[in-house]
Design a protein around this ligand. Structure first.
Ligand code: HEC
Length: 162
């Protein structure tokens, strides 16, 4: 398991660091938002490692608990809606809803095959996003995406009314 874990870590880092900056779409963000996202990313990596460990020992309730930490909810919807680029928002949305939900359902069903497929799709979507997007600090004063993107919010808000 340890070997597998490190392989996965290397795989991610390689992916994030090796992509050529010029080829990725730039998403500009205020300093604090960028820091917040990157710290979230480090958390996703930790959660992924832990889930892999728990999947290998078939500890399904722990997998469910871990994945629930990054589920889609109303607050997250609003946070994502301020990310400047609509296709980036959609990808983030898909990750936190579809990919996360697939893992949660498979863990609930205690279905190991389904769970392995779900976690591999989940990891695939990390890589997919890293290949496409780059985060750069917004240099100007008035950040244009400080207000939630209405089109994006309107599309999903009904699913997350509290
Ligand atoms: C919707 C897009 C998206 C998804 C999904 C995503 N990431 Fe990221 N991640 C990014 C972007 C953008 C960066 C910054 C890359 C850059 O600017 O070079 C990043 C950076 C990172 C970093 C580097 C953090 C740092 O401190 O610099 C790690 C680690 C990471 N992601 C892990 C993950 C893992 C693990 C997953 C999946 C479980 C994941 N990410 C899913 C977009 C995403």
């Amino acid at each position: 398991m340890n070997k597998l874990k490190w392989l996965i870590v290397l795989c991610f880092l390689n992916n994030v660091l090796a992509s050529e900056p010029g080829k990725r779409i730039v998403v500009k963000l205020p300093f604090n938002d960028r820091e917040e996202i990157l710290s979230g990313m480090r958390k996703y990596l930790k959660i992924t490692e832990r889930m892999l460990r728990e999947i290998s020992t078939k500890n399904y309730s722990e997998v469910e608990r871990l994945i629930s930490k990054i589920e889609m909810d109303k607050d997250r919807l609003y946070r994502i809606s301020k990310r400047e680029n609509l296709s980036f928002m959609e990808l983030a949305y898909r990750f936190h809803s579809v990919e996360v939900q697939n893992i949660k359902n498979a863990a609930k069903e205690k279905n190991q095959d389904k769970l392995i497929l779900a976690i591999s799709n989940f990891i695939g979507s990390c890589n997919h996003c890293h290949d496409r997007y780059q985060l750069i600090e917004w240099g100007g004063k008035d950040y244009p995406a400080a207000i939630p993107n209405k089109k994006f919010i309107d599309k999903y808000i009904n699913l997350y009314k509290k």
